[in-house]
Design a protein around this ligand. Structure first.
Ligand SMILES: Cc1cc2nc3c(=O)[nH]c(=O)nc-3n(C[C@H](O)[C@H](O)[C@H](O)COP(=O)(O)O)c2cc1C
Ligand code: SF4
Length: 482
C-alpha cells in the first residue's frame, strides 16, 4: 500500500474512558433514528468484506460466525459487507442477485438478532461493479486478448498484414514503441488488466446502465427486506459503478455525466426505485465519498451537493468514506487484478499508522461535517455516519458533541475488538483491545484471503472458534464475557 512520504508513526490509545454512569449519559450511547429504524446507540460497524462466502456467493457458517461475533458486542448497527446485486459469478463475494441466496441471508439476519439479543439493527451493503480482469501475461495478451485493428496495421506500416503477423510483430515491440502503437485503453489492458469504465459508451451494457441499475438495486433491496434485514446501504463509494457515476471523471454525454446534477442523476434514480419497491419501515441510505482523493476527482463542493441532494430525496442515512479508487492503484503483478486500495486514494480510505502530519485518525471528519452542515442548512436532519480511524470513546464522543456527525463508524477497531462499544458502555473501557492500524487485515483482503486481526488470530481456539483451512489462524475474535 502507498504510504505518505513523511512516514510519521502514530499509535492509537485508549484515551480517557468513562465510568459506567458517565457512559450511560454519553451521546454515543443515546438512540438515533435512521428514518424508520431506531438504533439503540450511535455505534456502527461499517461494511467489511471478510472473504468467507462460497465461490458462488452463498452465506457459509463462517459468514454467520463473523457477524455473530460483531453482534455480541451489540453495536447500534452492523452493515453486512458489500454484496453483489447481479446474478453473475463474482468469486467469493457475497451475493443477493437471486432468490436462491435468500435462505442463507435469512440465517444471517436470524443469527445477528439472536446474538445481539435484539439490540443491533442489521443493514446490508448493495454493490454493483463493472468488469475488471487480471493483468495478463504479455504473450497471452498479444496472441489472444488484444483485438487487432487496422490502426495496429497502419502503425506497423503495412495495412495488409495478416492478423497473426500483426500479433507477432506487436509482441516484439519495445515499451516505447508499444506506447505509440497501442491505444491508452489497450496499454492499460496490457499493463494493469482490462477494466470497464462507466464512460465506455461503445459497450451496450455500460451505455444502458441508467436503465438497468434501478431495477437491479431495487430487486436486491426487496430480497434484503424478505431476508429480514432492517435496511440497505446503497454502495455509492470507492471504485464501483455508482461512485464512478458520481465522480468528476464521469464525462458521459447522455445526461448522466458532466455537471454535478447529471452525475447525481442515476444514484438518485436508483434510490427512488429502491424506495418505491420496499416497505416504509425499511431503511434506505447510501455510502458515498466525502472526497475522492484523486487528481481530477470530486471535491468537497461536489460531495456537499450530493449529500444535500440525497438528503432532499429522502435517504434515511448517509455514511461517508473517502478515496479507494482504481485511478491511482498500483500496477498489479502478472496474474493479479488491480486493487483500488493500493494508491494514495487507497491510503485515504484505510489510513495506516505510518502517516503524514494529519495522521491516520479522523481524516474524514472535516469533509463529513461540512456535508452534514450543508444538509442542516437546507433544513434537513438526515443522520450522517462518519468513519475512518475512530478508535476510542473520547474521540467518538467529541465528534458527536461537536455535531460533526450523528453516528460513529469504526471498522478496524471493531475487528480488533468487537466488544469495544459494550466494554465502554459497561465502564470496562480499560479492557478494550486497541487497533494498531497496521493494515494486516487489509493485506489479507487484498489477496482475497479470510480477513482476521493480528491481535487475536494466533491465539488458541479453546473457545471453539473455527480456524482458516490451514489451521493457522482463528477466524473470529476470542470470546469475551462481561
Ligand atoms: C478488510 C476490510 C474490508 C472492507 N470492506 C468494505 C466494504 O465491503 N464496503 C465498504 O464500503 N468499505 C469497506 N471497507 C472500508 C471500511 O468500511 C472503512 O471505511 C475503512 O476501514 C476505514 O474505517 P476504519 O478506520 O474504522 O477501519 C473495508 C475495510 C477493511 C479493513
Ligand atoms: S489487523 Fe487488527 S490491529 Fe491491524 S489494522 Fe487490522 S484490525 Fe487493526
Amino acid at each position: 500500500m502507498w504510504r505518505p512520504p513523511e512516514r510519521i508513526r502514530y499509535e492509537a490509545t485508549l484515551g480517557r474512558m468513562p465510568s459506567r454512569a458517565e457512559a450511560a449519559a454519553a451521546r454515543l450511547f443515546q438512540p438515533v433514528a435512521i428514518g424508520p429504524v431506531q438504533l439503540e446507540q450511535r455505534t456502527w460497524v461499517p461494511a467489511m468484506v471478510p472473504w468467507r462466502a462460497t465461490d458462488e456467493g452463498y452465506v457459509t457458517d463462517d459468514v454467520i460466525d463473523w457477524y455473530e461475533r460483531f453482534a455480541r458486542g451489540r453495536p447500534g448497527a452492523i452493515v453486512v459487507e458489500a454484496t453483489g446485486i447481479r446474478d453473475v459469478p463474482s468469486g467469493p463475494l457475497l451475493r443477493i442477485g437471486h432468490d436462491r441466496f435468500l435462505p442463507g441471508l435469512r440465517r444471517l439476519t436470524d443469527a445477528v438478532r439472536r446474538a445481539s439479543e435484539g439490540h443491533t439493527r442489521l443493514l446490508i451493503q448493495l454493490i454493483d461493479f463493472l468488469a475488471i480482469r487480471r493483468r495478463p501475461e504479455p504473450d497471452k495478451f498479444f496472441s489472444r486478448f488484444l483485438t487487432i485493428t487496422d490502426a495496429h496495421r497502419r502503425a506497423l506500416g503495412d495495412p495488409s498484414l495478416p492478423e497473426d503477423e500483426v500479433r507477432v510483430r506487436l509482441r516484439g515491440l519495445s515499451g516505447e514503441e508499444l506506447a505509440r502503437v497501442l491505444t491508452p485503453g489497450e496499454r492499460e489492458a496490457l499493463q494493469f488488466g482490462y477494466r470497464e469504465r462507466v464512460t465506455d459508451m461503445h459497450l451496450a451494457h455500460v451505455r444502458d446502465l441508467p436503465a438497468s441499475m434501478p431495477g437491479l438495486f431495487a430487486d436486491a433491496a426487496v430480497r434484503a427486506q424478505e431476508a429480514g434485514f432492517d435496511g440497505v446501504e446503497l454502495h455509492y463509494a470507492h471504485a464501483y459503478t455508482m461512485a464512478s457515476f458520481l465522480s468528476r471523471t464521469n464525462t458521459r454525454e447522455d445526461g448522466y455525466g458532466g455537471a454535478r446534477e447529471n452525475r447525481a442523476r442515476l444514484p438518485l434514480d436508483v434510490f427512488a426505485e429502491v424506495r418505491r419497491r420496499v416497505r416504509s419501515d425499511f431503511a434506505v441510505g447510501c455510502r458515498f465519498l466525502a472526497e475522492e482523493c484523486i487528481e481530477g476527482g470530486s471535491e468537497l463542493a461536489d460531495t456537499v451537493y450530493f449529500g444535500v441532494a440525497f438528503a432532499k430525496a429522502g435517504m434515511d442515512f448517509l455514511s461517508t468514506s473517502r478515496g479507494g479508487k482504481f485511478d491511482d492503484a498500483k500496477q498489479p503483478g502478472v496474474g493479479d487484478a488491480a486493487y483500488p486500495y493500493t494508491g494514495r486514494s487507497g491510503y485515504e480510505c484505510m489510513p495506516q499508522f505510518i502517516s503524514d502530519a494529519r495522521g491516520p485518525f479522523g481524516r474524514n471528519v472535516a469533509p463529513t461535517a461540512a456535508i452534514r452542515r450543508a444538509i442542516h442548512d437546507a433544513g434537513l436532519a438526515t443522520p450522517v455516519v462518519c468513519t475512518g480511524g475512530i478508535h476510542n470513546f473520547e474521540m467518538a464522543e467529541k465528534l458527536l458533541i461537536e455535531d460533526q456527525c450523528d453516528v460513529v463508524g469504526a471498522a478496524r477497531q471493531s475487528l480488533a475488538d468487537p466488544d469495544w462499544f459494550r466494554k465502554i458502555e459497561l465502564g470496562l473501557g480499560d479492557t478494550v483491545r486497541i487497533c494498531e492500524y497496521t493494515n494486516y487485515c487489509e493485506g489479507l483482503d487484498q489477496k482475497h484471503k479470510p480477513v482476521t486481526c493480528q491481535l487475536w488470530d494466533k491465539l488458541p481456539s479453546d473457545d471453539g472458534a473455527r480456524r482458516t483451512p490451514d489451521g493457522k489462524r482463528r477466524l473470529t475474535a476470542p470470546a469475551w464475557v462481561p
